[in-house]
Ligand binder design. Structure first.
Ligand SMILES: Cc1cc2nc3c(=O)[nH]c(=O)nc-3n(C[C@H](O)[C@H](O)[C@H](O)COP(=O)(O)O)c2cc1C
Length: 169
């Protein structure tokens, strides 16, 4: 079982990364940090085709499970993550072969906000995107960091989430 986390925070070692590190205590995975990648906005004329998107998605499609880890920015996924999803459109057009490889693969999502309020519908774009791409959506969990460190409740949520992912696959 090859697993990869795609981290979409605006900082490398912020709260989302703290959550990712805890998840890594329970689950082995490789990591792509989108903030280290130069990925431009979706462009109808593929003007960004030479940026890091294609190399990144070509790597991701080789995994069985892709876990997206995003902070909550303005009640939604981060702009970094959204740009990444917009660029998956390239896989429906110029990069179809890579797009096809996503079919039958598995997706899960973990979010990190500043409190335990999960915004209604937050995970729907992930769930629907998985459905559109022919991926199995294994579920999601919302986490948060109020002070500097995740609470025991959050640690337990992450542990439960990792157990669920192990169980489902
Ligand atoms: C641009 C921006 C928008 C935010 N919007 C929300 C929000 O809508 N709801 C929320 O709970 N927290 C919000 N926050 C707080 C972050 O979700 C929270 O601090 C998160 O743990 C940050 O993760 P990071 O360190 O990986 O960026 C926002 C933070 C930023 C920087």
């Amino acid at each position: 079982m090859k697993r990869i986390i795609v981290q979409g925070s605006s900082r490398n070692n912020g709260n989302t990364n703290k959550i990712v590190k805890i998840l890594n205590e329970y689950l082995e995975f490789d990591l792509i940090d989108l903030s280290n990648c130069k990925i431009g906005q979706y462009d109808y004329e593929n003007k960004n085709k030479n940026d890091d998107f294609l190399a990144t998605i070509r790597k991701i499609v080789e995994y069985d499970l892709v876990i997206f880890a995003t902070p909550v920015y303005w009640y939604s996924m981060s702009g970094t993550m959204k740009t990444f999803f917009d660029r998956i459109t390239d896989c429906l057009k110029t990069e179809k072969e890579t797009g096809r490889k996503l079919r039958g693969k598995n997706m899960a999502v973990i979010s990190c906000g500043s409190d335990n309020l999960e915004n209604e519908g937050f995970f729907i774009p992930f769930e629907k995107s998985a459905e559109y791409l022919g991926m199995n959506y294994l579920g999601d969990t919302h986490t948060w960091i109020e002070e500097n460190e995740p609470s025991n409740i959050v640690r337990q949520l992450i542990k439960d989430f990792s157990s669920k992912l192990k169980q489902d696959l």
